[in-house]
Write a protein of this length. Structure first.
Length: 285
């Protein structure tokens, strides 16, 4: 389930482009609406905030005419409009991903993740993922298997030729925490060690000896997209995921990630520690 593109992310890109074009034109949303004969400025601002379901080609063409966009840029934005009207490969899991996480993963060129208590979702085994969902007590029992299946399917993005590279910095505490059972943990860590050999995956362990660090406030992920698309920071809570595109916010989290990245063990030492802790779980199983 890798897909050629994500309609959800195409809509986000189109909205960002239209907002930029209006800014370059110097017109207010009210002036744009008036000149196009639209009933209110709300139609303009909703499009720019990506609050539309299916962009209308005629509306986008009218905006591009007003902003005097021609040539390759016009063709590109009209192509985005058509692609944005499609349906995501993940529509059957739409109720599980209100924040369009799979679409963001599919469109990103790089994902950087810091996890303090968990193995990253893209690197989890089914048994580990099920234990996490069961322990949360906020996931209905009848949807746990769908959640697990969707999480496993997401991993296909790493095998896609156009998929992102993935850099995961994982706190040692996540490797030692017993999720499910020692058997589940041993299998999870062996799988993690195997994924560390994937050509698009880098797994780094932040050892306990690193002490206090820049990401003490918790886990997050950074999504980088093709230039000039802005990056996104994702922060998950027990009940929702927040996705923030603010440039300053992204820059601050980039510095935070760089901090833990610099303190983490190198890939070889990280792998050795993962294998060692897996053996400890085996002994206690």
């Amino acid at each position: 389930m890798t897909g050629g593109h994500s309609p959800g992310v195409r809509r986000r890109r189109l909205s960002a482009a239209l907002k930029r074009l209006r800014g370059d034109s110097g017109m207010s949303a009210a002036e744009v609406a008036k000149r196009l004969g639209w009933s209110s400025a709300t139609k303009v601002t909703r499009a720019e905030r990506n609050e539309w379901k299916f962009p209308k080609r005629t509306d986008v063409e009218a905006l591009l005419d007003l902003y005097e966009v021609e040539g390759e840029e016009r063709e590109h934005l009209l192509s985005l409009t058509e692609e944005a009207r499609g349906r995501s490969d993940w529509h059957q899991y739409a109720d599980l991903f209100p924040g369009s996480l799979p679409d963001l993963e599919a469109e990103a060129v790089r994902i950087r993740s810091y996890e303090s208590l968990l193995i990253p979702g893209l690197l989890q085994t089914p048994e580990y993922a099920a234990a996490v969902f069961e322990a949360s007590q906020v996931v209905p029992a009848d949807t746990i298997q769908r959640k697990v299946a969707s999480r496993m399917a997401r991993r296909a993005v790493l095998d896609s030729p156009n998929g992102p590279t993935f850099i995961a910095v994982i706190d040692e505490a996540a490797l030692r925490r017993v999720v499910g059972s020692h058997i589940v943990m041993a299998e999870q860590l062996r799988f993690l060690a195997g994924m560390a050999a994937h050509y698009k995956v880098t797994v780094l362990v932040l050892p306990n000896e690193a002490g206090a660090h820049t990401a003490m406030d918790g886990a997050f992920a950074l999504f980088d997209f093709p230039s000039p698309e802005p990056g996104i920071v994702s922060i998950s809570t027990g009940v929702e995921s927040l996705y923030v595109e603010d440039g300053e916010y992204v820059d601050r989290h980039t510095l935070i990630f760089d901090g833990v990245h610099n303190l983490a063990l190198d890939p070889r030492k990280s792998l050795d520690l993962i294998v060692s802790i897996a053996a400890e779980h085996d002994k206690r199983a």
